[in-house]
Write a protein that binds this ligand. Structure first.
Ligand code: ATP
Length: 306
């Protein structure tokens, strides 16, 4: 059976932004397929905002091409299919969430405001009819930013650091909101963060940017499979353990005289039996798995900066 070709919601080719003496984004190729939650990860100043602003049509690239749903971004129909939250949106602080939504809807030329209530509901901004934005918490403001981006019923949401500045509860709520928008409403999401862990358990795909360049694009499942697994073993005689590992051809590293890390699965009963011949006892065994954060550090750690 012929596979249906998935549509790319976002595709950039050799995308470049050169400021006077600073190349903020360099020859960047980024691909987001429809239905994905794409976590765009990079430290402060890596070029995330500049990339997202170009994709949203807020600034013009110096070079390169951007396609949204296979069409150029200046296509008016395509522009209506995207919702954007980049930097703190210009809220009207003395108005309520609903009044802000209606203002934006008018600016967008929407004549039907029936979706306003619905959007306020899915972003958790109901039952606060009288509350002015200036009295909103950071989390509520971020959710209002997303509510505004959802006006017009977009197929693609572009969110720049929506988790920035949120407390742990706010982070959980934001994750749930984004998951819900993706899974229940089928919205493709391109979301940036400088903290990888914030997007874990959420992103289906990742793109890592550093110094304006795309370092790697990888699916969440491939990423997890690539984590190195290891076992840290403490024994009474480190030399005996090293000898046994040499005999069995296991890759390992000596961390302390009696502590060794083995980068492989370890059959504990075989190992204990082998060590008995040397009268060596196992004191502790700890299974370890590389996590997102140290994967990221390893990924960009070796890259030189101009
Ligand atoms: P942050 O999370 O800190 O915003 P970022 O990954 O979003 O980081 P960008 O804001 O895209 O990074 O900035 C990338 C680089 O381009 C930075 O070195 C920044 O100083 C520079 N830059 C951004 N905007 C301009 C501008 N208008 N003029 C000159 N340089 C700029």
């Amino acid at each position: 059976m012929e596979k249906t070709k998935k549509i790319l919601a976002v595709e950039t080719t050799s995308l470049t932004k050169q400021y006077k003496d600073k190349a903020a984004v360099k020859q960047l190729n980024l691909k987001v397929q429809e239905g994905e939650i794409y976590g765009f990860i990079g430290r402060n100043g890596a070029g995330k905002s500049t990339t997202l602003k170009m994709i949203s049509g807020l600034i013009t690239p110096t070079e390169g091409e951007i396609k949204l749903f296979g069409k150029p971004i200046n296509d008016p129909i395509i522009r209506r299919r995207i919702g954007v939250l980049i930097e703190s949106t210009g809220f009207y602080p003395n108005l309520t969430a609903k009044q802000n939504m209606i203002m934006k809807a008018k600016l967008m030329g929407l004549t039907d405001y029936s979706s306003v209530e619905h959007v306020l509901q899915i972003t958790g901004l109901i039952n606060i009819e009288k509350k002015q934005i200036k009295h909103f918490s950071m989390g509520m403001k971020q959710r209002l930013g997303i509510a505004l981006a959802l006006l017009g019923n977009p197929d693609l949401l572009i969110l720049d650091e929506p988790i920035n500045g949120l407390d742990p509860q706010g982070i959980i709520e934001m994750r749930q909101l984004l998951l819900n928008l993706n899974q229940q409403y089928g919205i493709t999401i391109l979301v940036s963060s400088h903290i990888l862990d914030e997007l874990s358990r959420l992103a289906t795909h990742y793109g890592f940017i550093d110094n304006g360049k795309m370092i790697k694009e990888i699916s969440a499942s491939d990423l997890e499979n690539s984590f190195r697994k290891s076992v840290r073993i403490e024994v009474t005689d480190g030399k005996a353990l090293a000898a046994v590992l040499e005999q069995t051809g296991q890759p390992y590293k000596i961390l302390a005289p009696n502590v060794i890390e083995v980068y492989n699965r370890v059959n504990i009963s075989h190992l204990t039996a082998d060590l008995e011949k040397y009268q060596c006892d196992v004191l502790s065994i700890q299974e370890r798995e590389e996590n997102l954060e140290n994967y990221y550090v390893n990924l960009i750690g070796g890259i030189s900066h101009e």
